[in-house]
Design a binder for this molecule. Structure first.
Ligand code: DP6
Length: 393
């Protein structure tokens, strides 16, 4: 028999940021976090796992290149935990099932998005890994249980085990068994939420999340305030905003939390800067866009958020996407004057043709300050579903 399974998993972008660990080995966070899962029709990792008693040892290929599985490392931990679940949940209970937990596995994973998209692939990657092994091992366990294992690969990966709007509850137990992802609302609750990823730089240099957040834990007094007095209420408030489909509140909290995450990075010794001039100009653009909308009594129409790099993710409702794309085309033109790298829902051709346009009421004197550089690529996507089992492909 051939024991093989394939699964795909989505990317997620946090609205309430995870930044800081209380246990670096188990990857237990210092605060809860909340994200939107993005549509894997556009951005995904796809992983095939095969178990075979004739394999000599576990092996891993990422985008076709073999990667070493380091002993005691995150990848080895995830594979070992999945084998343990196979033994406990299947083989110990049904002695006639094949002892797949004793077979080495070969794992091949692909991202369909280019590194030039400037997106971290570890979240979708570890979520696809545990999803493919869960299918291979026929595990009768919930996505939250799988999230505990994906979390040990990369913290943010635990949130990619669900679609829609997802919370990672920090938990209190030392063994991490209650530090897991739960779904706040499925994609179908608010399918109108779209995302525009503005690629400002595809530079991989800079401080990694893992080392940066550790330095913040060790040196930032502001992080202690954030953990105790800010994030707990924000988790409650943004969950309510999502359940009420209150975009204005969702946007206000998302932007405030991105700002505070970058403030604690700046409060780190030595300080960490993730945003650049173009990132800050995109913030100014969204602020002006929302000012006009609020003045008309319509509330905020867009929310920016930035992870550990300069690229912006803009959340908005579907009806506003075209307008925002045109603003970005106008104020952040590429040298060639068109966006060649646009992909996703909104066709590249549509955007490339656009001359860009202004919004009525826009303060053009303020807008002059936006023009500091190019946005190199745009990806248009939306809230999406959780991991997909693709069978024995
Ligand atoms: C800024 O999950 O990449 O994107 O757990 O060390 O692998 P490790 O870190 P990682 O950190 C993500 C940080 C963030 C915020 C977020 O996604 O919540």
């Amino acid at each position: 028999a051939v024991y093989q399974a394939t699964a795909s998993a989505p990317v997620n972008i946090a609205c309430i940021k995870y930044w800081g660990k209380r246990d670096t080995k188990l990857i237990l966070p210092t605060n809860s976090s909340l994200s939107v899962t993005l549509d894997q029709d556009h951005l995904r990792s796809t992983t095939t796992s095969r178990a075979d008693p004739s394999f000599k040892h576990d092996r891993l290929w990422l985008n076709g290149e073999e990667e070493e599985i380091k002993d005691g490392g995150r990848m080895a931990t995830c594979i070992a935990e999945m084998k343990r679940l196979r033994k406990e949940e299947v083989e110990d209970k049904q002695p006639n099932e094949p002892k797949l937990s004793t077979y080495p596995v070969h794992i091949a994973s692909f991202n369909n998005f280019p590194t030039a998209a400037g997106l971290a692939s570890s979240a979708s990657g570890f979520a696809a890994l545990v999803s493919s092994l869960a299918q291979l091992y026929q595990l009768p366990v919930s996505p939250s249980t799988l999230s505990v294992i994906a979390r040990q690969g990369s913290g943010s990966a635990c949130r990619s085990l669900f679609g829609g709007f997802v919370a990672w509850e920090q938990g209190t137990k030392p063994d991490g068994s209650d530090s897991l992802a739960v779904q706040v609302a499925p994609q179908s609750h608010w399918p109108d939420i779209h995302a525009l990823i503005c690629v400002v730089s595809d530079d991989k240099k800079g401080t990694s999340s893992t080392s940066g957040m550790q330095r913040t834990v060790e040196t930032s007094p502001l992080l202690q305030h954030r953990i105790k007095h800010v994030v707990p209420q924000r988790m409650v408030d943004i969950s309510k905003a999502i359940l009420d489909r209150d975009f204005d509140a969702f946007a206000a909290i998302t932007m405030a939390d991105s700002n505070q995450f970058h403030a604690v990075a700046l409060d780190t010794e030595p300080p960490i800067f993730y945003m650049n001039d173009v990132s800050r100009a995109i913030i100014a653009l969204i602020v002006e866009y929302n000012r006009v909308s609020v003045a008309k009594g319509l509330g905020r129409k867009a929310a920016y958020t930035y992870d550990a790099g300069p690229n912006a993710v803009i959340y908005t409702k579907k009806e506003n996407v075209k307008e925002i794309v045109e603003l970005i085309v106008k104020y952040f033109p590429q040298k060639e004057g068109s966006f060649k790298d646009v992909f996703g829902l909104f066709g590249g051709a549509d955007v490339a043709k656009s001359e860009g346009s202004v919004v009525e009421g826009f303060n053009e004197a303020v807008a002059k300050k936006f023009e500091v550089g190019a946005v190199k690529g745009l990806i248009h996507t939306k809230v999406g579903d959780g991991p997909r089992a693709l069978g024995k492909e």
